[in-house]
Write a protein that binds this ligand. Structure first.
Ligand SMILES: [Zn+2]
Length: 522
């Protein structure tokens, strides 16, 4: 989730008129046969995975419920096409891992829940096992339901097909600007640009909440992606996953990407990005930047390499071949994490960016690198319990990373700057909150930001102080291996600390995350 503050500006100017692109709706439901669980060919997906982790991640991929195959094309305005968009088709092999009979399958069209941008993402030609079906859209257009003619039994599979057009807004500030064209740099930031299978939380079922107003807007579960993308010639494509094929075509380039096990497939396209690269433990880190911004691009590469190496050692390995860092014009966020890729605010790339030790660029990079563990590999329901990824990420990046990288005195400076000082001033200002509160149940985004980014990390620091470094490190390693590629619960995290330390931590957990003691805590 985006680190940092600032109110979300939900007022947006869409510089170009959005015109509705009609896609023919599917025809009436026809018979559809449930088929036994297919074993998709996941071998090619291993290009995204480090060789020493092929066996483990192949096992993960053979049990995911969804495999996406997407064929998409960037379409610029002109030639009868009024607006910039991504036009494509998606085919998904879905296996029912819910344990229930399913009469329909929900897909999320997250871009459609933006307040004032209209229906940016439209689907049509919906099929189930090759037969046309009529899908139904929720009132806010953020969910489309694909019906099964016969209920899909547990462990049975079906093939879902649909076409889509995803209109990409220009200078749009909604959701921090994560789905937006920035005309000043020519950058297309493409989060949630395709129809996504709704996330499944084992503790709650399908998560169909409106995209969060206060925090990370989406929730998804682990799948695999095979994406073919056509763009104008010479465009860079920075994506989740790894490029496995590239072909020059008429007036453009066609690339194919595979993801390995992944919660999402995010892309950033740009016509003139440059890149600095380095290998860390077998992973190629690519730090992208616009021309003239090499200074920050190189610093981001240094910080990413340092953080990746540190967290690899502390927690357990980042098992992918690539990690990309890309500048994006963000509104109210310093960085945003996605699988195998994170956005950094373009504001960091100016010529006067502070690079003295310690600096906030380094802090944001460390925070977003750590999200590759807490959010991407170990998932959690960000709508209901955002503190379990944001809070622990904030504590481990401010306190542990800076202490390890630059010494305990620097760690103390960053702890005070980002955690204890803002904690004290918020408590003194009467802003205490109950941390474990659904993100959109906070009265304001400020309350959410305090709970997830300030109070929660102070709570994790209290647990660290209580159980000690060795037990803390053992707990996060066990939590990683026990829960990777799943959706972990708050109990999973608490139990990891209790098992590693041999201590009952119910009191300290409740105190920090389920109560608001106000001034008693300072
Ligand atoms: Zn975050």
């Amino acid at each position: 989730m985006p680190l940092s503050l600032a109110c979300r500006n939900r007022v947006t100017a869409l510089l170009i008129a959005l015109m509705i692109i009609a896609i023919p709706a599917g025809s009436a439901a026809l018979g559809q046969q449930a088929t036994p669980q297919a074993t998709p060919d996941t071998t090619e997906q291993l290009a995204a995975v480090l060789p020493e982790w092929h066996d483990e991640l192949l096992a993960v991929m053979n049990t995911v419920s969804a495999t996406y195959e997407i064929d998409a094309e960037v379409r610029l305005p002109g030639d009868g096409n009024p607006i910039p968009n991504i036009t494509g088709t998606m085919t998904m092999e879905y296996t029912n891992t819910t344990g229930d009979l399913l009469t329909e399958l929900p897909f999320r069209l997250y871009a459609n829940a933006f307040d004032d941008l209209g229906n940016l993402l439209r689907v049509g030609d919906v099929t189930v096992d090759g037969a046309d079906v009529t899908s139904n859209q929720s009132d806010d257009s953020s969910t489309v339901y694909v019906p099964f003619s016969e209920p899909l039994a547990p462990e049975d599979s079906a093939t879902i097909g649909m076409s889509f057009v995803s209109a990409v807004p220009v200078n749009a500030r909604q959701n921090y600007g994560i789905f937006n064209i920035d005309p000043s740099n020519g950058t297309w930031a493409l989060a949630h640009w395709y129809p996504m299978l709704a996330g499944w939380d084992p503790g709650r079922g399908w998560v169909l909440d409106p995209p969060s107003a206060n925090g990370d807007p989406i929730f998804s579960t682990t799948a695999t992606y095979d994406v073919t993308l056509r763009t104008p010639a010479d465009w860079r494509a920075v994506t989740s996953g790894v490029e496995v094929e590239s072909t020059d075509i008429d007036a453009g380039i066609e690339r194919r990407f595979v993801s390995g096990p992944s919660r999402d497939f995010t892309m950033v396209l740009d016509d003139d990005f440059e890149v600095a690269e380095r290998d860390v433990n077998g992973t190629t880190i690519s730090s992208w930047y616009n021309p003239g911004q090499e200074r920050t691009g190189e610093a981001v590469l240094d910080y990413t390499a340092q953080a990746l190496e540190y967290f690899n050692d502390l927690i357990g390995p980042y098992p992918y071949t690539t990690l990309d860092v890309v500048p994006v014009e963000l509104f109210g966020a310093a960085g945003v994490e996605f699988p195998q890729l994170f956005y950094m605010s373009a504001g960091y790339y100016g010529p006067n960016q502070n690079l003295d030790v310690p600096n906030n660029l380094d802090f944001t990079v460390a925070h977003e690198v750590l999200h590759m563990w807490w959010y991407f590999m170990v998932g959690n329901n960000q709508y209901d319990h955002a503190f379990t990824d944001e809070g622990i990420t904030q504590f481990m990046s401010a306190t542990l990373y800076f202490s390890a990288a630059y010494g305990p005195e620097v760690g103390e400076i960053m702890t005070e700057r980002h955690l204890t000082n803002p904690f004290r001033s918020n408590i003194e200002g009467g802003n205490d909150q109950i941390v474990d509160t659904p993100t959109d149940d906070f009265a304001s985004s400020g309350g959410y930001v305090f709970a997830a980014y300030t109070k929660a990390p102070v709570g994790f620091m209290a647990i660290y102080d209580e159980i000690g470094e060795e037990a803390f490190n053992e707990a996060v390693t066990n939590y990683f291996y026990d829960n990777w590629f799943t959706v972990a619960s708050t109990d999973d995290l608490q139990e990891a600390f209790e098992e590693a330390s041999g201590q009952d931590l119910e009191e300290i957990w409740s105190h920090w995350f389920e109560e608001a003691a106000g001034e008693d805590d300072i």
